[in-house]
Structures are given as C-alpha cells and as structure tokens.
Design a protein around this ligand. Structure first.
Ligand SMILES: Cc1cc2nc3c(=O)[nH]c(=O)nc-3n(C[C@H](O)[C@H](O)[C@H](O)COP(=O)(O)OP(=O)(O)OC[C@H]3O[C@@H](n4cnc5c(N)ncnc54)[C@H](O)[C@@H]3O)c2cc1C
Length: 225
C-alpha cells in the first residue's frame, strides 16, 4: 500500500492486487476501510489498468469518516476489495470520446493506460473539466499517456480559473468542446463519468446534439452532489 496527494483536494492510494483478481478497464469495486465510525465500504472506480501490477483508487477528500480514513492510510495497512463490479468498460474496437468532470477521471485513467499498454488501434479523446489548473487530477499521467499513444488526446476546460494565460477553453463542457472531441471520429461511443449532476447534464447535452442513447455509457459517482 502506498498513498499520495494528487492535487490540494484529491488523494490516491496504490493497493496490492489480491491473488487471482482480474477486472476489465475500468470497473469499480467496493473499497472497505476501517474508520472512526467502524468498517465502511464505498463504491470506488479502479483508477488504473488491469495491465498494471497494482490496484489504484483516487478520491476527492471531504470531512467524512471514510475520507479521513482514506487519507490517513499508510504502508502496511489493510483494506478490503470487493468486486470487480459494473459494465463501464472500454469497447476495444470503437473510437471513444471520454467526458469527465473532476474526480470522475478515475475510470478513464485506467482506460487510457489500457489502450496505451495494449497499443489499441482506436482513437480516444478525453474532454476533461476541472475548476482550476491546480485541481486537474492526473495531469502528468495523462500527459505521459498522450506522449506514448498518439491516438490519445486530452482537451481540458477550466470552469473557475482566473488565470488569463490559460491557453485552453474555459467554462463547462459544452457543445463546442464535445464537437471538437468527436471531430473526425467514425461512429464513436461516448463515455461520461462524474457527479450525478455532471453526468445528467452531459447526457442531455449529448442527446441534444443527436447522439443516440445507445451510444452513451455513463458512471455516476453517487454520494456527490
Ligand atoms: C460506481 C461508483 C464509482 C465511484 N468512484 C469514485 C471514485 O473513483 N472516487 C471518488 O472519490 N468517489 C467515487 N464514488 C463516490 C464514493 O462512493 C462516495 O460516495 C463519495 O466519494 C462521497 O463520499 P464522502 O465520504 O465524501 O461523502 P459523505 O459525506 O459520506 O456522503 C455525502 C452524502 O452522500 C450519501 N452517500 C455517500 N455515499 C453514497 C453512495 N455510494 N450512494 C448513495 N448515497 C451516498 C451520504 O449518505 C451523504 O448523504 C463512486 C461512486 C460510485 C457509485
């Protein structure tokens, strides 16, 4: 087990893979921790690819007993991993547009690693929204993946930045950014991950630009506003 802060408000842990544990890119598990209030298990997306040796999780910190326990984990501590669960999984033969808000990046980091490690021939575009530059989760890792896989590209937008030098778009993910992300892709699947509000808003936006419901997959992080 190892533990590290990612941004001022997010934190990641790396966990030893239980013997025989396999998963698809990128399902979730229940992650059980010992907290001040007793044992507590929450659904948590796996934040890394099955091609990697460890499991990884990342959370947005809060003052809940669960998040305090998460942030305090130290090398040697034990956690419970129950799963894998879910169908939010990369289709390996279809172009992909990934749409993430904040900590919703976790399953997409796993998908992007998987595509790079297996040299998948599909284009993958990630439209990724955060409040400010310092809160972009996994920015370095995503940059390294873009360097390794020229079919993978990230389009960032910032919703609360005051930095006039920011070269990218600002504001929420909108039609223009989605159009840019999907430009030139033939028959892409759209994957959406984030808070329930972000997922519902993006789903409506995609439907309003004519994306059929069957081409939209989503993971809503219940427990966030
Ligand atoms: C499939 C899936 C994947 C997820 N992956 C991640 C991830 O990678 N990273 C991450 O940070 N979070 C993830 N979450 C959300 C996570 O499980 C927590 O709910 C969230 O982090 C809030 O925890 P908290 O301790 O800060 O909130 P709390 O202060 O404990 O909860 C806030 C409010 O939400 C309610 N609540 C908490 N959890 C749930 C729940 N699961 N369902 C319904 N109500 C709930 C509480 O009762 C409370 O009213 C995921 C959720 C789902 C369903």
């Amino acid at each position: 087990m190892s533990s590290r802060p990612l941004t001022p408000t997010t934190h990641a842990i790396e966990v030893e893979k239980p013997k025989g544990f396999t998963f698809r890119p990128t399902q979730f598990t229940f992650l059980q921790l010992s907290t001040d209030g007793g044992m507590d298990a929450r659904p948590m997306s796996l934040a890394t690819s099955p091609t990697r040796p460890h499991l990884e999780y990342a959370v947005r910190l809060s003052d809940s007993a669960y998040k305090r326990a998460f942030a305090a984990l130290q090398s040697g501590d034990e956690v419970g991993v129950f799963g894998p669960i879910g169908d939010f999984v990369l289709h390996e033969t279809r172009p992909a547009v990934l749409v993430a808000g904040g900590i919703g990046i976790t399953p997409f980091k796993g998908m992007a690693e998987y595509a790079a490690d297996n040299e998948l021939p599909i284009p993958i575009r990630l439209a990724y929204s955060n409040r400010i530059e310092d809160e972009i989760v996994y920015r370095e890792e995503l940059g390294a993946l873009e360097g390794r896989n020229d079919r993978f590209r990230v389009l960032y937008t910032l919703t609360r930045t005051a930095n006039k030098e920011w070269p990218g778009p600002t504001g929420r993910i909108d039609r223009d950014l989605l159009k840019e992300a999907a430009r030139g892709l033939e028959d892409p699947i759209f994957y959406v991950s984030g808070t329930p509000g972000m997922v519902a808003g993006t789903f409506r936006l995609l439907r309003s630009v004519g994306v059929p419901e069957a081409e939209i997959e989503f993971e809503a992080f219940r427990g966030y506003e």
